[in-house]
Design a protein around this ligand. Structure first.
Ligand code: MV4
Length: 454
């Protein structure tokens, strides 16, 4: 086991990782920017190092400063959290060459899954179901374009090879628009990722976004967890996640779990990761879309529903330990839901609402967990994402009971000084379609349109 872990992140995830370290008896090092000096993750760490000014390119993405901090403090491992350097192959490489363990998968796995076209090919070759599409990337000038598109069938989605998160995507309903859509997607991808290559897939209208948490070790063991349903998103930002999915049954769960474990084996995966699928409820078919080679924001949903600490498992597997349980040992103890509470104004187009938290009341009571870095007096900096807190509830009496618990918890939550998305969550949780479990990736757009008419 490691002696000292440097956490190369901030906010709630830095706090979450520190909690695991403390329980494991591992010392912690926080890194922080100038503006995060007063943050909880800095206060809670055994040691802390300032790695630069506010902008993340100069602090949380500053590889030389972070590596220096690890060397000065004698940290033997770095936990990257999510975002920032968590899926950066160069950073994983630098850690390795400095003799510091990067708590994550191999750089090869990060690189392969970072290339969405290659990931698609690897999975297809390995027998993981993928959506019909082009073999690799495609040029707008390709003389066979029309033929390829016809074979895939419309509607078609153009996706960026370096993509993820929805950038560089275009939906095309008819062949006449295809060439221009590819050119536009290429330009957008080039600007966003520095790589303009794109590929094609048949576009699934209003699928569900289902993802499977996996855990692997360096001995070749792979386990999969019950699925998370992350269909409630706005502009590719997840707002609510739950597990199990209201649209799944045991049979589907077994099948998708097997597919996710296969995906992990395809890249010799060796720690925590998530395999994302789109699920078409009509045909009951699911298809691989991406694999995330990091711990995700919504991991507590899985922790609550199974009772397994995924951050500890991540640290154990990174230190070379074997997984101590199998997929069949993982039990679904109930139903869990997470609401991401952001410092945004839902009545004003979800505009960021930074500022000082004057008053704060956090919910409590049975069956809930709140992962947050905020406290009364905390000032939210403008430089970073707007995630303030994650409220996670679990009920052993099923989904309806979990929804009631979430409504109760949200009603207890109160913060003064800034706007948050908590009232918006309360509306979603009383929406009929949501309560029926009738949600697909177009839910928020539809729901907001109805709300705006009222
Ligand atoms: C799709 C799709 C429909 N068909 N691919 C969006 C981000 C990226 N992770 C993949 N995305 C999608 N890929 C095919 N072939 C629809 C989406 C999509 C989406 C997926 C999950 C959750 C929310 C979404 C919102 C819009 C589009």
């Amino acid at each position: 086991m490691f002696k000292k872990i440097l956490i190369a992140n901030r906010g709630e995830i830095a706090v979450r990782v520190m909690r695991a370290c403390r329980e494991l008896g591992v010392a912690t090092v926080a890194v922080h920017s100038d503006v995060d000096r007063e943050s909880l993750h800095v206060r809670w760490a055994d040691e802390s190092v300032c790695v630069g000014p506010g902008p993340s390119t100069e602090s949380y993405l500053n590889i030389p400063a972070i590596i220096s901090a690890a060397e000065i403090t004698g940290a033997d491992a770095i936990h990257p959290g999510y975002g920032f350097l968590s899926e950066n192959t160069h950073f994983a490489e630098v850690c390795e060459s400095c003799g510091i363990t990067f708590i994550g998968p191999s750089k090869e796995a990060i690189r392969k899954m970072g290339d969405k076209a290659e990931a698609r090919k690897i999975m297809g070759d390995y027998g993981v179901p993928i959506i019909p599409g082009s073999n690799g990337c495609i040029s707008p000038a390709d003389p066979k374009l029309a033929k390829i598109a016809k074979k895939i069938g419309f509607p078609i989605i153009v996706k960026a090879k370096a993509g993820g998160g929805g950038k560089g995507m275009r939906v095309v309903n008819d062949e006449v628009f295809l060439k221009d859509a590819i050119i536009a997607a290429e330009a957008e991808a080039k600007a966003a990722f520095g790589n303009g290559e794109v590929y094609l897939e048949r576009y699934l209208t209003a699928p569900r976004h289902i993802e499977v948490q996996i855990l692997a070790d360096s001995k070749g063991n792979v386990v999969s967890f019950p699925e998370r349903d992350c269909s409630i998103q706005r502009r590719h930002q997840k707002l609510i996640e739950e597990s199990p999915s209201p649209s799944f049954n045991d049979n589907l769960r077994k099948k998708i779990g097997k597919a996710a474990r296969l995906a992990a084996r395809a890249v010799k995966y060796n720690t925590v990761g998530t395999v994302e699928f789109l699920f078409d409820e009509k045909s009951k078919e699911f298809y691989f879309i991406e694999m995330n080679t990091r711990i995700q924001v919504e991991h507590p949903v899985t922790e609550m529903v199974t009772g397994i600490d995924l951050i500890k498992e991540q640290i154990y597997t990174a230190s070379g330990e074997k997984i101590a349980f199998g997929t069949d040992d993982i039990k679904i103890r109930g139903h869990a839901i997470e609401c991401r509470i952001n410092a945004e104004d839902p009545d004003n187009g979800f505009m960021p609402s930074p500022g000082k938290i004057n008053g704060l009341i956090l919910p409590g009571g049975p069956g809930l967990r709140m992962d947050t870095h905020i406290y009364p007096g905390y000032e939210i900096p403008t430089f970073y994402d707007s995630l303030l807190a994650k409220l996670i509830v679990m009920s052993s009496n099923g989904r309806e009971s979990a929804i009631k618990r979430m409504r109760r918890a949200l009603s207890e939550f109160s913060v003064d000084g800034i706007k948050t998305t908590a009232p918006f969550h309360q509306q979603v949780l009383t929406n009929d379609a949501f309560c029926r479990g009738d949600v697909r990736t177009d839910f928020i757009e539809k729901h907001l349109a109805v709300m705006n008419k009222k």
